[in-house]
Each structure stands twice: as structure tokens, then as C-alpha cells.
Design a protein around this ligand. Structure first.
Ligand code: ASP
Length: 450
């Protein structure tokens, strides 16, 4: 049994939906289908999820929202007409949206999630009809009834462990299951969504829950590539990756698969196959627990902007018991998660994502650090990019860091930070955002060609 997840571009219009129907019909083991909301039809188009966010914001601001609502309904109407579905499909979607707006709750994040979830939910209902109409009996499954239970972190929810046993019952549904991605319900019955791109996570949870033999993730590229083609053209496609390699690459910007989506399938050792809806016969990329690798081989290089660094220095820091704990405790109390903590004898830096660090929060955190830790100096910089050089073959390979550092030095890029985890399958470099592209290109040329 396979779980097949289709991303937004695979469901963007009637033409793409027809491809999805053919793919699902072609393999009877594709028993559970997870869908995103319709995505971009062309570059510059707007995803349904973003249209829904605009709708929710208009409602929250107390502005008229009819045009935002019409923009969402119109996307589904286009699909309904092209596929000759009953007109009532569109009426139901419009009623559903109005009902969600009417049931507006006090908590803004919670309301936003209820509206965002409408994209996937209505797409799943529509797809169940399309499959059935085209001769494949299918059933829409409501995540609430199926038991997709999530934490109350609206917009950033996590699955609750008890979901797995409940969702296992999906194995026994006789029809093809069509399950909406991206959202579930809290214990108290509120809609909650995963982070953006979270339908990948839904697919992975379902694959683990039903014990699928493969989790297929259909997107719009033939495979995962070794490096961003906008930085180094014609990169090598990667046929096989390990979970750990994919997690590291996805963490630092390989957008093809959500980094959190690896977790549910890891324990169950279910292989993930990334495939292209537009070319389903292309082999794609297989993600597995282990693979054969060449000694010294780098499989991919990923990078992402948008990090900030808090730098502290204090003479004799190394002798001050509890300094690190108290620093991290401040971040914990301010609800900020940290990414890395490189340190020296008298200095310590904390790397965080820039997005949650509002100006007000930043000021407050720095003040607390000054008052509670009394450092000699504390500064913050907002222009850090992280680059991950990843490969199982890097383990025990002497000279990998030297090769990478030499490549950066030769292009005149200053390394702000370097970090190698104990797993030794990746080296992370921090560089200024303005050096980001130059650095990745230099690393790609030096390390991927070998
Ligand atoms: N539709 C949601 C988003 O755009 C979730 C997903 O597509 O995975 O983020």
C-alpha cells in the first residue's frame, strides 16, 4: 500500500488534476491520496492558501471581503467547469467559506488556521468526486473523524502521538481515500495547521500510521537536485538520499520536501519517493534509511537566508557556571527557539531565525541579556545565510572542511561561522547574506564535481 501526496502545482487546474487521476489509477496500490490546496498555475499566480490568508486578514481587519472570497471561489469554479462537475460543488465551497467566517473566534491565529485549512479541505472533497466520476471509487475522509489530532500551536502545530493508532484504521477503507493535507484538529476540536508546506507532513503521518510500503510525494520537478539551479545551472539529479541527508538539506532551503515531514516515516523506515506529476515515469529521488556512498562524496549543498546572530562576549565566560543555561533560558521564556550555539572561550553566539524576532522582542531580549548576564558586550546582526554541505560520504573523510574553506577563501568570502555536527555528515557555514550566492557557487564547483 502506498500513500501518494500531491502538491499545489499538481492540483492547480483541471489539466493537472487529470494527470493526478491517471497517476492514481495507474497503480492500484496507491490507496491513500493526500492533497494540497490548488497552487500556482503559472509564475506570478497566487496559491489558494495565500488567497485564503488575504481573505482572513480582510475579515480580521473588519474590511469588506467579498472580492477576496470571490477570488478563492473562482479558482474552484474554474476547475469545476473544466471538469464538468456539478455546479453545486462550487456553491458548497462558497457556503463552507462563509460558514468559517461566521464562526469567527477571538483568537486570530486560530481563525487564520480555520480559513487556511479550507484550501485543502475543499480540494479533497472535490478530488473525491473527480476520482469517482472517472471510475475510481473514492472517499473524502474528514481529519476530525479519522483522528488527526494536533497540538494547539496554531500555524505551527505538531501531531499528537495518539493520532497514529486512530489513523491506522484508514487501511480498511475499501475506496481510495482522499485526505486533505496541512491541518488537523486539537483535542478541543479546533482546526490547527502545520507550518506552510505542511501537506508533506500529513502524508508522512498517514504513511507511518497505515504502515505503507512507500510514501510517494508528487511535485513539479523530476528529482531532488544537488544544488540550486539558479546558482549553478544543470545540477546533478540525486537518485538516492538517506533520511538524514534529506533532513539536513531540507532544513537549509531544499524546498522540495518539508524538513519536518521526514520524522514520522523514519521510525517505520518507510521509503519516500519524490516524483514529478508532469513526468511520472522519471525515476525521481528515493529517500531511504541507508544507502551506498563513495568515500568523500558530497551529495548536495543547500542554503538559506534569514538568520540572525546574537553575539555575547564576557571575559572569563568559560569559568562562569550556568552562563549558557541562563542565556538559553531567556530565549525559552521569550518563546524563541534557537538554531545553533557556536562558542569560544569568552564568547558565545546564538543563531536564530529572523522571522519571529520582531523589533520589540529583540529589544526586550537584549535588555534581559544585559541585565541578567552582565556581558562585556552584546550585539545582534540580521544578515546571516547558512550553507549546508551534506553527504554520508563525508564521515571519516579527511580534509573535507579544508577543501570547503579553501573554496570560500579563493573567492574572498569570509566565513562568519563554521559548525560540524557529531554525525559528521554535514558541515555548516554561516556567511553574510550578500556573499550567499558566491559562496554556494564556489562550494558547488569545488565539492560537487569530484
Ligand atoms: N497549502 C499549504 C501551503 O501553501 C500547504 C501545502 O501546500 O503543503 O503552505
Amino acid at each position: 500500500m502506498k500513500v501518494a501526496k500531491f502538491g499545489g502545482t499538481s492540483l492547480a487546474d483541471a489539466g493537472q488534476i487529470q494527470k493526478v487521476v491517471q497517476i492514481v489509477k495507474a497503480d492500484p496500490t496507491r490507496r491513500i491520496v493526500v492533497v494540497s490546496a490548488p497552487g500556482k498555475r503559472f509564475s506570478g499566480d497566487i496559491k489558494v492558501t495565500d488567497l485564503l490568508i488575504a481573505l482572513a486578514k480582510a475579515v480580521l481587519a473588519g474590511r469588506p471581503f467579498e472580492s477576496e472570497l470571490a477570488a478563492v471561489v473562482e479558482r474552484y469554479a474554474g476547475i469545476q467547469q473544466a471538469l464538468n462537475l456539478d455546479r453545486e460543488v462550487v456553491t458548497e465551497i462558497e457556503n463552507d467559506l462563509r460558514c468559517r467566517i461566521q464562526n469567527r473566534c477571538e483568537n486570530e491565529a486560530q481563525f487564520l488556521d480555520a480559513i487556511k485549512a479550507a484550501g485543502e479541505d475543499n480540494c479533497a472533497k472535490l478530488m473525491a468526486r473527480v476520482f469517482t466520476q472517472q471510475g475510481l471509487p473514492a472517499r473524502y475522509v474528514d481529519p476530525r473523524e479519522a483522528g488527526m489530532l494536533l497540538s494547539e500551536d496554531f500555524g505551527n502545530a505538531q501531531v499528537l502521538p495518539e493520532s497514529y493508532t486512530r489513523l491506522a484504521a484508514l487501511r480498511n477503507v475499501p475506496e481510495t481515500v482522499v485526505f486533505p493535507g496541512f491541518f488537523g484538529y486539537t483535542q478541543r476540536g479546533q482546526v490547527a495547521t502545520f507550518p506552510r508546506g505542511g501537506s508533506d507532513i500529513t502524508g508522512s503521518i498517514l504513511a507511518a500510521a497505515v504502515g505503507a510500503h512507500q510514501y510517494e510525494n508528487f511535485t513539479d520537478v523530476d528529482s531532488v537536485f544537488a544544488i540550486d539551479p539558479r546558482i549553478l545551472p544543470n545540477p546533478r539529479p540525486i537518485p538516492v538520499l538517506t533520511y538524514r541527508e534529506m533532513r539536513e538539506l531540507a532544513y537549509a532551503g531544499f524546498g522540495v520536501f518539508h524538513d519536518e515531514a521526514i520524522v514520522p516515516v523514519v521510525q517505520a523506515k518507510i521509503p519516500i519517493c519524490i516524483k514529478n506529476t508532469n513526468r511520472p515515469d522519471a525515476p525521481g529521488t528515493l529517500i531511504v534509511p541507508q544507502r551506498k556512498y563513495r568515500h568523500g562524496e558530497v551529495i548536495g549543498i543547500a542554503s538559506a537566508d534569514g538568520f540572525s546572530t546574537i553575539n555575547l562576549s564576557k571575559y572569563m565566560m568559560n569559568r562562569e557556571v550556568g552562563f549558557g543555561r541562563r542565556l538559553l533560558q531567556i530565549l525559552e521564556q521569550e518563546q524563541l527557539s534557537f538554531e545553533h550555539v557556536p562558542s569560544g572561550i569568552d564568547s558565545m553566539s546564538v543563531i536564530l531565525r529572523r522571522a519571529p524576532l520582531t523589533r520589540k522582542k529583540e529589544e526586550h531580549v537584549l535588555n534581559r541579556i544585559r541585565e541578567e548576564l552582565r556581558p562585556d558586550d552584546v550585539t545582534i546582526a540580521h544578515d546571516l545565510a547558512l550553507i549546508m554541505v551534506v553527504g554520508e560520504g563525508m564521515r571519516y573523510a579527511v580534509g573535507m572542511a579544508a577543501k570547503a574553506c579553501a573554496a570560500l577563501a579563493n573567492t574572498g568570502v569570509n566565513i562568519e561561522m563554521i559548525n560540524q555536527g557529531s554525525s559528521e555528515i554535514s558541515i555548516m557555514f554561516g556567511v553574510k547574506e550578500m556573499d550567499h550566492k558566491t559562496a554556494v557557487e564556489a562550494l558547488g564547483r569545488a565539492l560537487l564535481a569530484s
